[in-house]
Design a protein around this ligand. Sequence first.
Ligand SMILES: NC(=O)c1ccc[n+]([C@@H]2O[C@H](COP(=O)([O-])OP(=O)(O)OC[C@H]3O[C@@H](n4cnc5c(N)ncnc54)[C@H](O)[C@@H]3O)[C@@H](O)[C@H]2O)c1
Length: 430
Amino acid sequence: MKVTLVGSGYVGLVTGACFAEKGHDVVCVDNDAKKIAILQSGRLPIYEPGLEEMVKRNTAAGRLRFTSSTAEGVEHGQMVFIAVPTPPLDDGSVDLSFIEAVARAIADSLKKYTVIVDKSTVPVKTGEKVAETIRRYNKHKADFDVVSNPEFLREGSAIEDLMNPDRIVIGVMSPRPAPLLRELYAPFACPNFIVTDINSAELIKHASNSFLALKISYANALAEICEKSGANIEEVVNGMGFDKRIGRAFLNAGPGYGGSCFPKDIAAFIKIADQLGCDFRLLREVQKINASALDRCYQKLRQELWVLKGKTVGILGLAFKPNTDDIRQSPAISLASRLLAEGVRLRAYDPKAMEKAREVLREAIFGSNPYEVAEGCDALLFMTEWDEFRGLDLARLRAAMLHPFVLDARNLFDPAAMASAGIRYRSVGR
Ligand SMILES: NC(=O)c1ccc[n+]([C@@H]2O[C@H](COP(=O)([O-])OP(=O)(O)OC[C@H]3O[C@@H](n4cnc5c(N)ncnc54)[C@H](O)[C@@H]3O)[C@@H](O)[C@H]2O)c1
């Protein structure tokens, strides 16, 4: 099938590549000419495991192309996906100007029946507004349907998530477009293809992300109780996780959730509820617990080092999670910025995110590996659970440090192993 993605970022590019991989004929559009030039030259503007090979394979096979022209994309696609940003405004509500701009650009070039599919995360009722906008600016009076198809991929495992989805949600305003979407997704053999009304589909996305964030905050609240009671958070969440009604996923205590989705989606959902006259107090509490999880990391560092100004601190892990170079709303970056503002001499390393981090942590010194970062440090902080950190030589780290203190915000290490390496060690909830 002929498919177009408008917006070629984490969602649009990976989705486009996966559609092409399944044999569809795909055009990816982006209004960032630099991004399109990079893609056309065979390189990638983002890191995602397996993506480079997949993009190369499909461009070579002629199933995947890139353009900065929305008109060209609209002309190509039987289905045009919208995958542009929906960033937060200052009050937490969603900036829908990117969505509106794309809706207008589509309306301008629409000449044949087209299914316009919103993949961006949007407030409930946005689909209705998109349809209204396209109707209003529909220059050639073309026939169309608007569908919601929220995306559940996780950065770092986006290809795996898209190729083997646990559910595909399609929200429609009439039954007409559903068979086309079914055909598009048939090669993905998804066990749960769910067709709902458009408002419910939009809500499913915000409801899901908020629930996952709630689970993380629950674990972080428990971690505080564990620290004060002498219990061990790992034992507690493992014990809870065997209950099928609860599940072990998203119960890891840490420095709080981050990334480009959870913080903004929770803030948006609170605002959406607010505008509907519902006070979502539960989610306000989730936000507070999340902020305090990061603050407790900072306080642990202060308790150990007393005065932070002039101290040398190394941060290992800058991406908001492993296997990505994405640093948007990363707890590591927030903490690093706070430390820099207090006069800390910051050293840092991340396997994939250093290029992006350099742009925001301008005063930091970046090392080419964890041992180099540890050199002369008064404290070393593990902020992202990259696998390559698990096998580090602790004795070598200790030897490099001025004062051997490790703050492990991800519970990557065995406290006993740290003790026998002669490292003072604090983690989360144990
Ligand atoms: N990143 C994730 O893990 C994830 C997961 C699920 C859903 N989402 C949602 O998907 C949407 C996109 O997120 P993302 O992470 O891919 O964002 P992104 O910033 O990585 O990519 C968006 C792309 O859209 C382009 N763009 C903006 N305006 C445009 C226009 N008028 N025409 C063409 N291109 C335009 C930008 O240049 C950018 O390349 C958001 O609503 C987000 O909440 C993201």
